[in-house]
Design a protein around this ligand. Structure first.
Ligand SMILES: *[C@@H]1O[C@H](CO)[C@@H](O)[C@H](O)[C@H]1NC(C)=O
Ligand SMILES: *[C@@H]1O[C@H](CO)[C@@H](O)[C@H](O)[C@H]1NC(C)=O
Ligand SMILES: *[C@@H]1O[C@H](CO)[C@@H](O)[C@H](O)[C@H]1NC(C)=O
Ligand SMILES: *[C@@H]1O[C@H](CO)[C@@H](O)[C@H](O)[C@H]1NC(C)=O
Ligand SMILES: *[C@@H]1O[C@H](CO)[C@@H](O)[C@H](O)[C@H]1NC(C)=O
Ligand SMILES: [Cu+2]
Length: 219
């Protein structure tokens, strides 16, 4: 009986591993707050990640504090907090700790934080011809972005700023990614960032669930 249970458990774990490690290749951040509606699409391509920025409304000239420089946007490390709290998204995604002391240079990404999409590819400049604050489609491939590893965009967020102030944000939702369960209160650090696609953790938790189910069946 014990052997049979162990064998079933192993089968469970194998099945879980097969099911919980899809390749992460596609993500979307849909912003819909403070009158800003925008969709940021991320697709894995040979040279990095293909980014499409589609602003449907909200980024008007009237709103911009500086309409020449427009609106900045970045990948931030943490998800959006309850009540659309953009402060909860934390800092820019910056695994190499580049910081902002030396400004990002469009012609030298080595000086740019990975998450500084506006710094690398240009700000969102208001279009005077659009009454609703829509922009023409922006599209580029960013070689620094990745769906897995330290610099992963998976499980992060996108924030739009107006001269520095955070005005709108959304989670960057990646297909096939299951966020780790929140750390119970009192354990671990609230500032730690989670690493995506931790297959081992997923297998562990699925196997544990299977084990508990088996125990209940055998009782
Ligand atoms: C959203 O738009 C409405 C109508 O134009 C305006 O009254 C309101 O102040 C705007 N809200 C924000 C947060 O900009
Ligand atoms: C990038 O994405 C856009 C649409 O999101 C698509 O039209 C384009 O072909 C993509 N480029 C590559 C290299 O996949
Ligand atoms: C607005 O932004 C432009 C371009 O970045 C800059 O040259 C200009 O000094 C800014 N204007 C103000 C009032 O800060
Ligand atoms: C938003 O989140 C920040 C940091 O996570 C927190 O300090 C602040 O109180 C939150 N604001 C609201 C209105 O909940
Ligand atoms: C715009 O940002 C600059 C640089 O951070 C700051 O000095 C200035 O006061 C800001 N302008 C407004 C109107 O917030
Ligand atoms: Cu930002």
């Amino acid at each position: 009986m014990l052997f049979k249970t162990a064998a079933t458990l192993l089968a469970f774990a194998g099945l879980a591993a097969a099911q919980t490690t899809p390749e992460l290749t596609h993500g979307v951040a849909k912003i819909n707050m403070n009158n800003v509606t925008a969709t940021f699409t991320f697709d894995k391509v040979a040279g990095g990640v293909n980014v499409t920025v589609n602003v449907a409304s909200g980024l008007t000239e009237a709103l911009a504090i500086n309409k020449t420089s427009g609106f900045e946007y970045h990948v931030h490390v943490s998800p959006v907090g309850p009540g659309n709290n953009c402060t909860s998204t934390g800092a820019h995604l910056d695994p190499l700790k580049i910081g902002t002391a030396t400004p990002c240079d469009k012609s030298n990404f080595a000086l740019c934080q990975e998450g500084d999409l506006a710094g690398k590819h240009g700000n969102l400049i208001p279009d005077s011809s659009s009454q609703v604050g829509a922009l023409s489609l922006i599209q580029y491939t960013d070689a620094q972005l990745t769906f897995t590893g330290d610099g992963a965009i998976t499980g992060r967020s996108i924030v739009i700023h107006n001269n520095g102030t955070r005005i709108a944000c959304a989670d960057l939702v990646v297909d096939g990614y299951v966020a780790p369960a929140p750390t119970p209160l009192g354990t671990g650090s609230s500032t730690s960032t989670t690493k995506p696609n931790s297959a081992a953790k997923l297998v562990g938790s699925v196997a544990l669930t299977g084990f508990v189910a088996l125990m209940m069946m055998t009782l």
